[in-house]
Design a protein around this ligand. Structure first.
Ligand code: ZN
Length: 174
C-alpha cells in the first residue's frame, strides 16, 4: 500500500513539474519577436480601411507631414507613443525631447532596438536612415546621429505615424 502511495505521489509531482515546464515554454514563445507578424502584413486596400488618408500617405507611402503641423510635436505630457498602424509601443515621453526641427523627436526607443527597424534610404538625393515599425512595417520617419542627449540619437518621427496614450489613462486599458 505504501509503495503505491509513493508511486502515485511521485507521479503527481512529475506531472506538476512537466506542466510548469510547458507553461514556461509558452511564455517564451509569446514574447514579441523581431520578424514581421503576418497579422500586420496587410494589403494596401486593408490599410486604407484602417488608416486615415493622411496616415496612409505617411505610414504606407513614406510621406512626410509638414514641419510644425503634427499634433505631437509640442506634446510633452507623460505617456506612451504607439505605432498608429498596429499599436506597437515604440517610445515613452521620457525619450522625447524638443529638437526644434518641427517633428516629434526621441533619443531612444522602448526595448533593445527591436521595435524600430533602421533602413538605408537614398531617396531625395540624400543618404539617410529610414525608421519603420518592426511589427507592421509602417514608415515612422528618419533617425539622425546628431541628438543632443547622451544617446546622441534623434528619432525624427511624424505625428501621423504614432498615437499617444497619456499616462493617466494607462490603468484603464488593463
Ligand atoms: Zn506598427
Amino acid at each position: 500500500m505504501k509503495k503505491i502511495l509513493i508511486a502515485v505521489s511521485t507521479f503527481l509531482m512529475f506531472s506538476a513539474a512537466s506542466c510548469q515546464t510547458s507553461t514556461n515554454t509558452k511564455t517564451i514563445n509569446s514574447t514579441p519577436g523581431t520578424t514581421m507578424n503576418s497579422d500586420f502584413n496587410k494589403t494596401d486596400e486593408e490599410w486604407k480601411k484602417i488608416l486615415t488618408e493622411d496616415q496612409y500617405y505617411v505610414l504606407r507611402q513614406k510621406g512626410t507631414e509638414p514641419a510644425y503641423q503634427g499634433k505631437y510635436t509640442m506634446n510633452f505630457e507623460k505617456g506612451m507613443y504607439t505605432c498608429a498602424g498596429c499599436g506597437y509601443e515604440l517610445f515613452t515621453s521620457d525619450q522625447k525631447f524638443e529638437s526644434h526641427c518641427g517633428w516629434p523627436s526621441f533619443d531612444n526607443e522602448i526595448g533593445g532596438g527591436e521595435r524600430v527597424k533602421k533602413i538605408k534610404d537614398v531617396s531625395h538625393g540624400m543618404i539617410r536612415t529610414e525608421i519603420i515599425c518592426a511589427r507592421c512595417g509602417g514608415h515612422l520617419g528618419h533617425i539622425f546621429d546628431d541628438g543632443p542627449t547622451k544617446t546622441g540619437q534623434r528619432y525624427c518621427v511624424n505625428s501621423l505615424s504614432i498615437n499617444f496614450k497619456p499616462e493617466k489613462d494607462a490603468g484603464k486599458t488593463k
